[in-house]
Design a protein around this ligand. Structure first.
Ligand code: ATP
Ligand code: MG
Length: 654
């Protein structure tokens, strides 16, 4: 039988956890033994970290797979767990959010402030007729009201559907319609790249096609002029007029908490449904375990947008359930200068930073001197999420952000999984650059071949989850069949995540990108991730994307797009020399089978709005086709840049 996915990259560096962190770590190696001995008892103990109004009768009901029920019969209120209980414990004065606006304006919200605002917003939503079970769309910039809106919905049992503020009117109206949302919460606009960027006109256009919308609640952020209709209400009027008294009612553990549409890099957006008790249990425990979050002393910063699942689980629910202090930033990393992130770390003395490989590679491209210009000594732990992190980007992160000594947690999970699934534990795991390492305690992940058989160490294949987990998606909103079809039908009795992975010789897991992107070259299944990582391991390359293009002799041939680092000379012959060198470098690192047929040096890569490389469009370029759908691109001019920059960048010899 042929291999499911080749294992070409060999990484030997390994970094034990810092002794001081290990000695104080929230979670130790015992957790693996405990969960291994009794997985459900382990999750039951983590659920016990929350405040329940009624205890559960049964930990897991898995009698009707794949429809799981966790903490059956239990009742709790998510907002109570994120706010009230911290205030009641005497921590109302603790800062919940240090907010930094892009223009440099700031706001500080304590837990008492956030609690008061959430109660007022809950009352305002109730006054607008929103009741438990209704859906509320949220289309906001990165301002504190985004968190307040989500918590207010949770508080009254309304199901929120956050739509990323960069999406178009069409994307917004499709999502509103799919969920039949009754209210949309938005703003006049937010600040992006140094100027106000309007949101309200997009909402107006979307709402015109959404008869389900009864009210639009509008936060004033930019103060720009907006059109006004009978459905519109100013947030500051409705919320400020509302009472700050609100008693949170408990909801069933399986009450719908939110719908989040996956970004749609692959197909028609799916409304991923998450519920209450299991979701909060795992979001809260993973924030505690993976980030080693110490609410009394840490300043945590997750750079994701609230529009993505990372913003849900690791800006709102996970950190707040733990009573943490965090930074929230409105804008882009290069406004007004390329050191803005490091300036924020320095200013707020951030101790835990959670960001994405795309940002790390961008920082590599901008140059080492930028982080070096700031005091980053407050940092003690670094995290990564969203894509496989290339070993060289991991090393750069450790070296230039982590002073060559900080632990990095590479966290694998998805919108569908709700919370982190595969990751190092920072006080336990000796990490390897580029590997997400091992499933967390209580998570049963595996890599299987085409037949669903576990691959041996050293083998590659499909990443699956063999057992249900508390924060798992419960269905696709309104489409149980698509839920079964999409996630549970490829392998009998297993959740298939869509990602390729391998186990190294020690059994550690390496994510190898989406299986849809895998290239079939002369009978070998080669992962895009491994070839990209080989390119990024060359000192002249900051970022790379690789695709398989139809080839008459090999079936598919590897075509690579590479972004040079800071000062690299790529003009004329120097560019040609670099391309030859890079092709040889890949062949030497991974073997001749992985040598790209062609490499193009480009200034930018097409990315989704959450910053992930969009290989589909590059495949169109590589195969000289006209471009497919570009509407989910972050910046549609990138494809013109790439196409126009191609001449002189090609190399077709041998
Ligand atoms: P869509 O499903 O709509 O195409 P998406 O998969 O990008 O969008 P998310 O749920 O935000 O939406 O992303 C989850 C995916 O991101 C994972 O399936 C995986 O491909 C990738 N990913 C996330 N974290 C990691 C990681 N640490 N290492 C490797 N890949 C990761
Ligand atoms: Mg996905």
């Amino acid at each position: 039988m042929s291999e499911a996915l080749a294992n070409l990259l060999n990484e030997t560096r390994q970094f034990p956890p810092p002794a001081a962190l290990a000695a104080q770590a929230n979670v130790t190696a015992d957790a693996y033994d405990e969960a291994g001995a009794d997985r459900l008892a382990f999750w039951e103990r983590q659920a016990g970290r929350l405040a329940w109004a009624r205890p559960w009768d049964e930990v897991l009901d898995w009698s009707n797979p794949p429809f799981a029920k966790w903490f059956v019969g239990g009742q709790l209120n998510v907002a109570y767990n994120c706010l009230d209980r911290h205030v009641e414990a005497g921590n109302g004065d603790r800062v919940a959010i240090h907010w930094e606006g892009e223009p440099g304006d700031t706001r500080t919200l304590t837990y008492a402030d956030l609690h008061r605002l959430t109660c007022q917003a809950a009352n305002a939503l109730t006054d607008l007729g929103v009741v438990a079970g209704d859906r509320v769309a949220i289309y906001l910039p990165m301002i504190p009201e985004a968190a307040v809106a989500m918590l207010a919905c949770a508080r009254i049992g309304a199901t929120h559907s956050v739509v990323f503020g960069g999406f178009s009117a069409d994307a917004l109206s499709n999502r509103i319609s799919d969920a039949s949302a009754k209210v949309v919460i938005t703003a006049d606009g937010g600040y992006r790249r140094g100027k106000p960027s309007a949101l309200k006109p997009t909402v107006d256009e979307a709402v015109a096609n959404c008869p389900s919308i009864e009210h639009v609640l509008v936060v004033r952020r930019t103060g720009e002029e907006v059109a006004w209709s009978a459905k519109d209400h100013w947030w500051h009027e409705a919320v400020e007029a509302a009472s700050a008294e609100h008693v949170a009612q408990p909801f069933d553990a399986e009450h719908p908490l939110f719908i989040l549409y996956t970004s749609g890099t692959t197909a028609r957006p799916k409304g991923i449904l998450h519920t209450t008790g299991g979701y909060l249990t795992q979001a809260a425990w993973t924030a505690h375990a993976v980030f080693d979050l110490k609410p009394e002393t840490d300043v945590y910063w997750c750079t994701a947008d609230i529009g993505w699942v990372t913003g849900h689980s690791y800006i709102v629910y996970g950190p707040l359930a733990n009573g943490a202090t965090q930074v929230m930033y409105e804008g882009t990393p290069d406004t007004p200068h390329k050191g803005r992130f490091w300036e924020i770390v320095d200013k707020y003395k951030v101790s835990i930073l959670y960001t994405a490989p795309t940002l790390i590679r961008t920082m590599m491209k901008w140059g080492d001197d930028i982080p070096a210009g700031f005091d980053l000594s407050s940092l003690r732990l670094l995290g990564s999420v969203g894509e496989p992190i290339n070993p060289e980007a991991w090393m750069w992160y450790r070296q230039h952000v982590g002073r060559g000594e900080l632990p990095i947690v590479d966290t694998w999970w998805q919108t569908e999984t709700g919370a982190i699934m595969i990751s190092p534990l920072p006080g336990v795991t000796a990490t390897k650059p580029g590997s997400a390492m091992t499933p967390l305690p209580g998570v049963v992940a595996d890599v299987v071949d085409d037949q669903g058989q576990s691959v041996p160490n050293g083998g590659g294949g499909y990443l699956v989850l063999r057992e249900p987990w508390p924060s798992m998606l419960r269905t696709i909103w309104g489409d149980d069949n698509r839920f079964i079809e999409t996630y549970w039908s490829r392998f009998e009795g297993m959740y298939f995540a869509g990602d390729g992975a391998k186990k190294d010789d020690d059994g550690h897991i390496w994510l190898l990108g989406r299986v849809d992107d895998v290239m079939l070259v002369s009978g070998h299944n080669i992962s895009t991730t491994e070839v990209e990582s080989a390119l990024v391991s060359h000192p002249s390359v900051a970022e790379a994307a690789v695709v398989g293009a139809t080839d008459p002799t090999t079936g598919q041939a590897i075509v690579a797009f590479a972004i040079p680092r800071g000062t690299t000379d790529i003009s004329g012959e120097a560019g040609e020399r670099l391309i030859t060198e890079l092709r040889n470098h890949v062949a030497k690192t991974l073997g001749p089978i992985a040598k790209p047929r062609q490499i193009m040096l480009v200034p930018e890569l097409p990315k989704t709005r959450s910053g992930k490389i969009m290989r589909r469009l590059l495949r169109d370029v590589a195969e000289n086709r006209s471009l497919g759908d570009v509407t989910t691109l972050q910046d549609s001019s990138v494809m013109e840049l790439i196409s126009s920059g191609l001449s002189g960048g090609k190399s077709d010899e041998d």
